[in-house]
Design a binder for this molecule. Structure first.
Ligand code: UD1
Length: 363
């Protein structure tokens, strides 16, 4: 038997872990204990996703909540140690690059429990991003490094990871997208918001570098309002961004909504004319959906979305972003190619590898 402890904490973890847990349920010789750190706790940032993605109720919720980078990471570590000590899993499974990911990897490694990291090897080479630190540390401590794209493999090799630990398996988040597309199409979010298929832009922004400085954020909001003069702009707003906006008067023309559930958001982005974002995952999802994506950052850890997908880096200067958005409206880029192994089967490949390693250990 293979006993996995699967750790999730924040919104982008849920759609990555869901297909892995579904795969575990198909296998007679694998069990998973699901641990929610509680990094995200609002219903619209957490519970909604569990329901929509068919994830089991977590076996335990550590209820760590919000805090500073260190406070949150240390809080998860302190609460995870007794959990791992009591249950002694064969492997701790972590996904992505949030604070809960690195906290779980640190605790497991110190207890000599093997760590499997899904979405390993991605690098923005920008250590001002908290996620970059999380990625570097998690990968350095992991025994199984599951990469979603070739750049991930190359980065890990360049950092000296043993080749036998590194596996190119594809993208588990795309497993979820493919599984949920038909159900997403049945939601009515486009009609509810009074939009027309192909006739609106979707915006998401939540990175500290874009939203934490009020002057910066206000500049971006004014730019979006100008864009809204050309095409309706919908902005489902992350709680962090909402908080930073404070009493700033949102310019007319922008359609602000609370964070949406997975299915509604998938329908909204699938039928958008264009997406403007600083999210990592959305760069990948738009690549598969063939929707033009402008990334409001100076760098990306997901280069395949530019090389083969619909993604373009446009930086963080409002006038340059606006010019790029208007150009995309007038001359939409041609649809491109799906990255290799982003085929809906990544979770199966990962479980095959973990099960084979378990059989080898016990034989
Ligand atoms: C975290 C991840 C980021 C990921 C993002 C997706 C880290 C370092 N960052 O950033 O990589 O892209 O999640 O959402 O792990 N809040 C709520 N309700 C919640 C959660 C948060 O209101 O359920 C508010 C709180 O005011 C909190 C703020 O959002 O202080 C930020 O939350 P936090 O988990 O610290 O980081 P995110 O910006 O969500």
């Amino acid at each position: 038997m293979l006993h996995i402890s699967a750790v999730v904490g924040a919104r982008p973890n849920f759609m990555k872990m869901a297909p892995l847990l579904a795969e575990v349920r198909q296998r007679a010789n694998v069990t998973a204990r699901l641990i929610h750190t509680g990094q995200h706790y609002s219903p619209e940032m957490s519970a909604t996703f569990f329901d929509e993605l068919g994830m089991p109720t977590p076996d335990v919720n550590l209820e760590v909540g919000s805090g500073s980078q260190t406070g949150q990471t240390a809080g998860v570590m302190l609460r995870l140690e007794p959990e791992f000590l009591e249950h002694r899993p064969d492997v701790v499974l972590v996904v992505g690059d949030v604070n809960s990911t690195v906290a779980a990897a640190l605790v497991a490694a110190k207890l000599e429990i093997p760590v499997a990291h899904v979405e390993a090897g991605l690098r923005s080479f920008d250590r001002r991003m908290p996620e970059e630190i999380n990625r570097l540390v998690t990968d350095a401590l992991s025994d199984y490094l599951f990469a979603s794209e070739p750049a991930g493999v190359a980065n890990l090799r360049a950092e000296g990871a043993a080749p036998e630990k590194v596996f190119l398996v594809g993208n588990v988040m795309i497993d979820t997208l493919i599984r949920c597309r038909a159900r997403a199409a049945q939601t009515e979010v486009v009609e509810r918001l009074g939009l027309r298929t192909g006739g609106y832009a979707v915006v998401t922004l939540h990175r500290p570098s874009n939203v934490d400085d009020p002057a910066n954020l206000e500049g971006l909001m004014r730019m979006l309002a100008e864009l809204a003069g050309r095409i309706p702009v919908v902005f489902p707003m992350h709680p962090r961004t909402r908080e930073r906006l404070g009493s700033f008067l949102v310019p007319p023309g922008l359609l602000l909504t609370p964070p949406l559930g997975y299915l509604e958001f998938l329908r909204l982005t699938s039928e958008a004319r264009m997406v403007l974002t600083d999210s990592g995952g959305l760069q990948e999802e738009t690549t598969i959906l063939k929707v033009p994506c402008l990334t409001l950052r100076e760098n990306t850890e997901r280069p395949i979305t530019i090389e083969q997908g619909t993604n373009r880096l446009v930086g963080v200067k409002p006038e340059i972003i606006l010019a790029a958005a208007l150009k995309t409206l007038d001359h939409p880029p041609a649809a491109r190619q799906d990255p290799d192994l982003w085929d809906g089967q990544a979770s199966g490949r990962i479980l095959d590898i973990l099960e084979a390693a378990c059989r080898k250990r016990t034989s």
